[in-house]
Design a protein around this ligand. Structure first.
Ligand code: BYC
Length: 333
């Protein structure tokens, strides 16, 4: 693969790893400031490469772990149509994981290493996937709120300074938009249904609202990476600004459904032109990120078991590829 030329090993001098020359960094920042895209073979500061590998791989892991809470409902979807739609959505998430692992590989890290980081617990994935999906309405709430938050965060990433990540995000955002609408449509059907169905939709909103706001990450004041990532054009809009946009867009959608956002402090602020909302429980986010959310252990166990059970598939695929390669060599020779 063309990325192999970019593999970085400790002490490798082929690519300037540390700060490089200040002139190189200055030229690099100039390219970012002119809104040029950085491509895999271009010079980049080691910190830029490291930040991208961290963010893109965490994003890829989130897509793959994110299949679990929804996959839980494929066999229990209420109709054949709902089942087909959910199946397609969950498959899309696997595809997103693949594009993103592919984008990360262009930075000189292998997919096997990244998967190992996830399975060993070293790498993070989105906090949101550590909450349980206890009713069918949760599938609606995930599509509406979680995919809605994902789009809000990911549209600016389509303009990220790193070309392969930006291009992967374009397709992902198109698919997320379908995901968001299918979730909203589930919520609409439930909120126009029986009292019991309406109550189920409200209960799902009550449980998913605050974790969805936490998806955007810590407040700007507490965000360790934001300032540098903004300077490098990796992040275009801050965690707090994206969170605010999400609230502003989502509250009227909840009203249209006839559901109540579980926040007594929520109020339109005419002067700001935004909704004010109540304080976020940052301690909860901290706990979930550090492995103490309601489902962290179950999610990691499911991923590790799936990886172990898939070992024979990886071996068979490698053996098949080797056979084809040997046959092609024999034919050529
Ligand atoms: N959960 O300095 P900060 C999806 C970590 S997939 C866990 O603000 P940054 C979907 C952060 O990583 C959704 N960890 O960081 C899939 C950092 O830790 P380290 C995933 C979080 O990177 C399937 C530390 O806290 N989307 O939508 O500048 C089905 C400090 O934070 C979280 C993406 O990954 C969190 N919520 O900003 C349906 C989008 N928040 O590495 C839907 C790409 C923060 O220092 N990622 N942390 O140990 C991003 O845009 C950014 O990485 C973030 C965080 C906004 C998430």
């Amino acid at each position: 693969m063309y990325t192999q030329g970019l593999d970085i090993k400790p002490g490798d001098k082929a690519i300037p790893l540390e700060t490089g020359t200040s002139e190189a960094e200055r030229r690099f920042q100039g390219r970012i400031d002119r809104d040029e895209r950085i491509e895999p073979k271009d010079w980049m500061p080691a910190g830029y490469r490291k930040t991208l590998i961290r963010q893109i791989s965490q994003h890829a892991h989130s897509e793959v772990v994110g299949m679990l809470p929804e996959g839980n409902w494929i066999a229990r979807a209420p109709t054949l149509r709902r089942k087909a739609v959910l199946l397609a959505k969950v498959q899309d998430e696997a595809g997103h994981g693949l594009y993103l692992y592919g984008a990360a590989e262009t930075l000189g890290v292998s997919r096997a290493e990244l998967v190992e980081q996830l399975l060993s617990g070293k790498a993070k994935y989105s906090s949101i996937f550590n909450y349980p999906t206890t009713t069918w309405a949760d599938i609606g709430a995930i599509g509406w709120l979680v995919d809605g938050a994902a789009i809000m965060n990911q549209i600016p990433l389509c303009r990220c300074s790193y070309g392969p990540y930006a291009r992967a995000m374009i397709r992902i955002c198109k698919e997320e938009s379908f995901h968001q609408r299918q979730g909203y449509e589930i919520m609409l059907a439930l909120s126009r249904g029986s009292d019991e169905q309406r109550a189920m939709a409200q209960d799902a909103l009550d449980r998913w609202w605050w974790p969805s706001l936490m998806m955007f990450g810590p407040s700007d004041k507490e965000s360790a990476h934001s300032a540098q990532s903004m300077r490098w054009g990796i992040k275009r809009i801050s965690n707090d600004d994206l969170r605010q946009k999400f609230v502003d867009v989502t509250v009227p959608q909840a009203r249209y459904l006839g559901l109540v956002v579980p926040d007594p402090d929520l109020a339109w602020n005419e002067a700001r032109g935004h909704y004010d909302f109540g304080p976020i429980d940052w301690e909860e986010l901290k706990q979930v990120i550090s492995g103490n959310g309601p489902c962290n252990k179950a999610r990691m166990k499911a991923r590790r078991d799936a990886h172990a059970e898939g070992a024979w598939v990886r071996e068979a695929a490698l053996a098949h590829a080797e056979k084809r390669r040997a046959r092609a060599l024999r034919k050529a020779g």
